[in-house]
Design a binder for this molecule. Structure first.
Ligand code: ADP
Length: 279
């Protein structure tokens, strides 16, 4: 009797294991398909975008307005595709950090300066302040750019004209804190709990009003956590929001400090596509 039970158990476990393996294989194939298709979409879209920019140089004013609208829509679509690609990479742990020693204060200031024109165009004030002049630490420059661009573009998206966005940097114990604070629409208390979850947008139908996919903040959280840091939100509904990032101050020994240069302006245009559209 015992042998029969044991035999049945082993066979059941075997079939279960085979089923799991089959599901894993199917999942892998789907992920690969999704990655290929999104990369392909991005390649085609880049060709469309570059061509329309070239055409924009040659056409008269009337048509140029249409070309500008076409470019903005292409940037919006590119943002969505980039977010989908990044989300799939994060989910499948394809991402690794490219850590280098940089001055984090310079890096953040450069990002703020590079996008301040988009924010000011919407009639919003942007203020950068720091308690420290220099802090050399190891971080992935591109990921920090994505984090900051997402927080700043959200700030601009959800702050009406006449408002203000403040970026502050300070050091506490062995951490660097970066605060991005706005006096915009704010987020309701009960909605704050799931704000960093994927696909979450606070209001029903928000996508029609502001655009977006609800992926950005989940990526921010993943990128911050990959650095061993945390991101928290403090928001007062109707009065504004503050996103606070804390990053551990680690350094790569025996490695020089790299200069912050060639900020990716195209990436900023992609991230700010919804804001530029509305201004
Ligand atoms: P999306 O691409 O839709 O903006 P995010 O993940 O970046 O996706 O943001 C999710 C949601 O969080 C937004 O749709 C918005 O409802 C809310 N949100 C994010 N940042 C702010 C902010 N600074 N002020 C008010 N609401 C915000």
């Amino acid at each position: 009797m015992l042998y029969v039970i044991l035999g049945t158990l082993i066979i059941s476990i075997f079939y279960l294991w085979k089923k799991i393996k089959k599901l894993e294989r199917r999942d892998r194939v789907k992920t690969e398909f999704f990655m290929n298709i999104t990369h392909d979409m991005r390649n085609h879209l880049n060709i469309i975008l570059n061509t329309s920019k070239l055409i924009g140089l040659k056409v008269d004013k009337n048509l140029n307005d249409r070309i500008i609208a076409l470019n903005q829509s292409s940037y919006g679509l590119l943002k969505l595709i980039n977010n989908l690609i990044d989300m799939t990479k994060v989910e499948n742990e394809f991402y690794s950090l490219n850590l280098e020693n940089h001055n984090i204060v310079d890096a953040v200031e450069e990002i703020v300066q590079s996008v301040s024109c988009f924010i000011k165009d919407k009639g919003i004030d942007i203020i950068f302040d720091t308690e420290i002049e220099e802090k050399i630490m190891a971080f992935d420059k591109e990921k920090i750019e994505r984090i900051m661009l997402n927080l700043l573009s959200n700030g601009a998206k959800f702050t009406p004209s006449g408002g203000r966005i403040e970026v502050n940097i300070y050091e506490k114990s062995s951490e660097i804190l970066i605060s991005v604070k706005d006096n915009g629409v704010g987020i309701e208390k009960e909605k704050q709990k799931y704000i960093f979850e994927r696909y979450k947008q606070v209001k029903e139908g928000e996508v029609y009003e502001y655009g977006g996919s609800g992926i950005g903040l989940s990526l921010v959280k993943s990128f911050v956590e990959m650095h061993g840091g945390r991101v928290t939100l403090c928001s007062d509904y109707g009065r504004g929001s503050e996103f606070l990032i804390s990053l551990p101050c680690k350094i790569i020994n025996n490695e020089e400090c790299r200069n912050i240069n060639n900020f990716n302006v195209e990436m900023a245009k992609v991230e700010f596509s919804e804001v530029i559209n509305k201004s």
